[in-house]
Design a protein. Structure first.
Length: 115
């Protein structure tokens, strides 16, 4: 099983980034997928989740209206479009998969929002 995040980097406040998470080794289309983040000195926080077929998405309160999660089951990939980024969005972003086989995590990608 592999989950590989990409797309992180340094962006100015108000900017945008698109994160991707490529999955392999499990039945991707049967799993709920999530993005979580952890900022230095803070607890892990759920950012967004998407149902197995993509019809239902949920977001943390501070992300609503700015972040959009989507998935392409044909490509075994989930995405997180992040707009209007703020310095407090700085964190390591992880994707994870939850399903019958268990819970799987990627290694994360760093997002830094700074001028």
């Amino acid at each position: 099983v592999q989950l590989v995040e990409s797309g992180g980097g340094l962006v100015q406040p108000g900017g945008s980034l698109r994160l991707s998470c490529a999955a392999s080794g499990f039945s991707f289309s049967s799993y709920v997928m999530n993005w979580s983040r952890q900022a230095p000195g803070k607890e892990l926080e759920l950012v967004a989740s998407i149902s197995s077929l993509g019809g239902i998405t949920n977001y943390g309160d501070s992300m609503k209206g700015r972040f959009t999660m989507s998935r392409d089951n044909g490509k075994n990939t989930v995405y997180l479009q992040m707009n209007s980024l703020k310095p407090e969005d700085t964190a390591v972003y992880y994707c994870n998969a939850r399903g019958r086989g268990g819970v799987y995590w990627g290694r994360g990608t760093q997002v830094t929002v700074s001028s």
